[in-house]
Design a protein around this ligand. Structure first.
Ligand SMILES: Nc1ncnc2c1ncn2[C@@H]1O[C@H](COP(=O)(O)OP(=O)(O)OP(=O)(O)O)[C@@H](O)[C@H]1O
Length: 235
């Protein structure tokens, strides 16, 4: 059972953020990358974060994935308060509760598709081989049943991104964070990837998929568009 059920059995938001501020010291000045962000996002939804360059999109995504911490404010993801987590706790949270998808796929070139999918299990000190049946099932789920033993250089861009999507799911995460996942794909392949991400969110009321994108067409494929400007969420 996910932690995002309240004692009264209601579904609490999977992401709860209040007055998130992230400042970076830069020489003598301070850059306010996030300037008071409030968010409540339930599971079962595919959400995009859009906005101009430098608006704070990546900073927000990194905080949601416990890759970074806010300077102040409150952030709770899947029932876990992320402020004040130590390095080891943050890394365990990322490993077990978050799936990451990147623009350039970040697959290990020497590993087969199924090994890449199973890799997070190895990084969690589990057996790669024992994870094979689940990795193969996930590859089937993303339409790659016939590419299980292929290496990344034997796959197309769209297929590599599908492997990365399968990998993001192997730990059964509460939240999947995608940074420009269609940025390196042609529009047809990108559309198929977006459809897959939407399905993965809609299939599971306890899972949220959040994507940062510059592409208005990609954002239009999501259930909710969050526009960030100058470190603030604007409607
Ligand atoms: N490590 C850092 N040190 C100093 N300033 C930073 C750092 N990371 C981000 N910033 C600043 O914080 C602001 C927000 O950056 P962020 O990367 O979140 O924007 P973004 O919306 O993702 O931009 P892009 O679309 O160009 O990737 C920018 O002004 C950026 O220069």
């Amino acid at each position: 059972m996910s932690a995002n059920i309240t004692p009264h059995g209601e579904r609490a938001p999977l992401v709860h953020a209040r007055n998130l501020v992230r400042e970076y010291a830069f020489g003598d000045t301070t850059v306010r990358a996030l300037d008071g962000v409030d968010l409540d996002l339930p599971g079962g939804r595919f959400v995009s974060i859009v906005g101009p360059s430098g608006a704070g999109k990546s900073t927000l995504l990194h905080i949601l994935g416990a890759l970074d911490q806010p300077t102040s404010g409150e952030i709770v993801v899947d029932g876990v308060p992320l402020t004040g987590l130590g390095d080891a706790q943050a890394s365990e949270f990322r490993r077990r509760r978050v799936g990451f998808i990147f623009q350039f796929f970040n697959l290990v070139p020497t590993m087969s598709a199924w090994e890449n999918v199973a890799l997070p299990r190895l990084l969690d000190n589990q057996s790669l081989r024992k994870a094979k049946p689940e990795a193969v099932a996930l590859l089937e789920r993303v339409g790659l049943h016939d590419r299980v033993d292929h290496r990344p250089n034997e796959l197309s861009g769209g297929q590599m991104q599908r492997v990365a999507i399968a990998r993001s799911l192997i730990m059964d995460p509460a939240i999947v964070l995608a940074d420009e996942p269609t940025g390196n794909l042609d529009s047809r392949t990108g559309a198929a990837v977006l459809e897959l991400l939407a399905t993965l969110a809609h299939d599971r009321p306890d899972r949220l998929v959040v994507m940062v994108t510059h592409d208005a067409t990609a954002a239009a494929a999501t259930d909710q568009v969050i526009t960030v400007r100058d470190g603030r969420v604007v409607i």
